[in-house]
Design a protein around this ligand. Structure first.
Ligand code: MG
Length: 635
């Protein structure tokens, strides 16, 4: 039976913790990495009992290293080592031993000698009822590619000898995967699964530090899975990830992310099969299909009565109108065309708790779905904590999922505009027109160690897709960004992480007490007149150095009057193909968040070319704020 498995090496902690985490996440099979036994205080047969109690099958023990092609004296010792592994397998109740290709300097790459070594190993294993799997390591001395490992297995010619396929080594070596579909299925001992980012580095470093779960990297995992199952393979598909950040995180969270990623991989696999009129495989637990994300219904800010007037005057400066008041809470709705901003000043409940930890901030985002009920069922099926808040009589209960730092992501029905009137009293018919049209995108800042986890959350639980990773310079370090987007592009969220002690991202994480929404980008059809009015209305925008505009005139053939107007207003510019992009940033609110106002003229990117200029300007602003604070303290 096809089934998902996870290797103990994916997780950190003790072996007991790892087994419990795997079982809790819904895995029914595990692969035991021998190093985990070394630090286990009990006997291997206790591991067998523990796994059995948790309903976990041990699909394999690994690895036996540097086995094949050894000189005669070493060869004898290698068989002794193998027999000791068989003893261990007996205690564990495992029946597959994985052997990875030798890296030994004195080993031979002679295919027939290696095949003879494996034939004898398989015979010895058969006497005890075990199977042998042979895996090509991308950095093996002679065997680096799965096709060569398969050739050795084929020539070894034993029914209990098979090849181990691992997407990591296969993609790291850019191996052809099409022939996998033609392998005899009973000669595939195990299928292993790992993704990785498209970084240019040697395969061993990439393997040891950057492997990640399917969907977190850039490799065509679906094509690989399709080839494996097309062969007729019907065994375990095992996640095997070496990643320092995974081992540093709680095992339960990593096992949960692993389960989310394989469920999404299984879903993608079945989608392709159904499209080709093949029956779905339904590996593992059933998963409700993702609902369609159709936009942002509202953003909710938490604040307190002292800070609230400043936030409200900033919103007014940006053209928002106060249109409604909550029936039972100290909550108001500010609106401008399609953009709804909820300001929550409650002194207890969720928003207030969020305020106490994070200060004035976006505590909730409401996403419009075509089918919010199905979105919620999917979130539940993928083990996402859901939230139901306190409501007054007759008020709407909006289901929510916990997001970054336990902020809320509400799931609301697209187009259900009447729902607002259930909870809010509207003032006399303001049509809430204004220059700003819609939420263009939001940026999320997350801790580097949590980046992959949130990526998997957005993609699997909420139904987003992602773009390749972008790397930029911050005056105090490096800055990385990956955009997730709804299928139709209605909602886009760049997820930003950084390296460096004083980068904008790190400063945000420190002042904010974790990750969250740092930037709210709103679109307008006429940025220049918007900025003129907003400046006149007292909105403070980020100061952009003159050098930026000199550089702009050198890079682009723009009319000097246009550049002068941009300089005077602090507007930034980018161009891609025929599209033009004009944008501006407000000053940070309490060092926590800022608004970006943008005008797209046939441009579909995010102005990443200007991000270093923005980060430098924010760093200057931050330094000034720190100096002012230091002066105050001296006074
Ligand atoms: Mg492997």
């Amino acid at each position: 039976m096809l089934r998902w498995s996870i290797a103990t090496v994916c997780m950190g902690g003790t072996l007991e913790t790892k087994l419990a985490a795997a079982a809790r996440a819904g895995f029914r099979a595990i692969e035991i990495f021998e190093n985990d036994l070394t630090f286990f205080s009990g006997k291997p047969r206790q591991v067998k009992a523990m796994a059995a109690d948790l309903g976990l099958e041990i699909v394999a023990l690994q690895p036996l290293r540097d086995f094949e092609g050894a000189p005669p004296a070493t060869r004898v010792k290698n068989f002794d080592r193998a027999e000791r592994k068989f003893d261990l397998m007996e205690e564990l109740g495992a029946n597959l031993l994985c052997v990875c290709s030798s890296v030994a300097e004195d080993s031979s790459g002679d295919v027939d000698q290696c095949a003879a070594d494996f034939a004898e190993l398989a015979d010895r294993a058969a006497r005890r009822g075990y199977r042998i799997g042979y895996e090509a390591l991308a950095w093996g001395r002679h065997v680096k590619d799965w096709a060569k490992a398969w050739e050795i297995v084929r020539r070894g010619d034993k029914p209990n000898l098979g090849v181990v396929l691992d997407s990591f080594h296969i993609f790291a070596r850019k191996n052809d995967i099409a022939p996998i579909a033609k392998l005899p299925p009973d000669r595939i001992a195990l299928v292993q699964l790992a993704d990785a980012p498209g970084l240019l580095m040697d395969p061993m470093s990439l393997s040891r530090h950057h492997r990640c779960f399917p969907g977190q990297g850039d490799w065509p995992i679906n094509d690989y899975l399709e080839a494996c199952v097309a062969s007729g393979y019907n065994g375990a598909i095992s996640l095997e990830i070496f990643n320092d950040q995974f081992r540093g995180a709680p095992a339960a969270a990593i096992a949960r992310d692993g389960m989310r990623s394989v469920q999404a991989a299984g879903e993608a696999l079945d989608k392709g099969r159904v499209a080709r009129d093949q029956p779905p495989l339904n590996i593992g637990r059933p998963l409700p299909a993702p609902a369609k994300i159709l936009g942002v219904e509202f953003l909710e800010f938490t604040t307190n009565p002292q800070q609230s007037p400043r936030l409200e005057s900033e919103l007014a400066g940006l053209g928002f109108q106060r249109v409604a008041r909550h029936k039972s809470k100290d909550v108001e709705l500010f609106r401008q065309n399609d953009i709804n901003i909820v300001v929550n000043r409650e002194q207890d409940g969720f928003a207030h708790s969020f305020y106490l930890v994070h200060g004035a901030s976006v505590c909730a985002i409401a996403l419009r779905y075509d089918d919010p009920q199905r979105a919620l069922e999917r979130a539940n099926a993928l083990d996402a904590p859901t939230y139901r808040g306190r409501i007054g009589p007759g008020e709407a209960l909006i289901p929510a999922v916990a997001g970054v730092e336990n902020s809320l992501i509400y799931l609301v029905k697209a187009g259900a505009h009447d729902a607002w009137a259930q909870d809010f009293n509207f003032v006399d018919a303001p049509d809430a027109k204004g220059p700003l049209e819609r939420v263009d995108h939001l940026s999320n800042v997350v801790r580097r160690s949590e980046f992959l986890s949130w990526l998997t959350f957005y993609k699997t639980v909420l139904g987003f897709t992602d773009d390749p990773q972008v790397e930029l310079a911050d005056p105090y370090g490096a800055f990385f960004s990956r955009v997730i987007r709804s299928e139709g592009g209605e909602v886009r969220i760049p997820i930003n992480i950084a390296d460096g002690g004083a980068t904008a991202v790190t400063r945000f994480i420190e002042t904010f007490g974790g990750g969250g929404v740092q930037q709210i980008a709103l679109s307008t059809g006429d940025l220049f007149s918007f900025v003129e009015n907003a400046r006149a209305g007292g909105v403070a925008f980020l100061d952009i150095p003159d050098n930026y505009y000199e550089d702009l005139s050198a890079r682009y053939d723009l009319a000097p009057e246009l550049i002068e107007r941009m300089r005077r207003l602090g507007v930034l510019y980018d161009r891609h193909k025929d599209g033009e992009f004009f944008h501006i940033y407000t000053k940070m609110f309490e060092q926590r968040f800022f608004f970006e106002i943008l005008e797209r003229r046939g441009y579909d990117l995010f102005g990443a070319a200007n991000t270093p200029a923005r980060l430098a300007a924010q760093a200057n602003e931050f330094d000034r704020a720190m100096r002012d604070r230091a002066m105050l303290e001296i006074d």
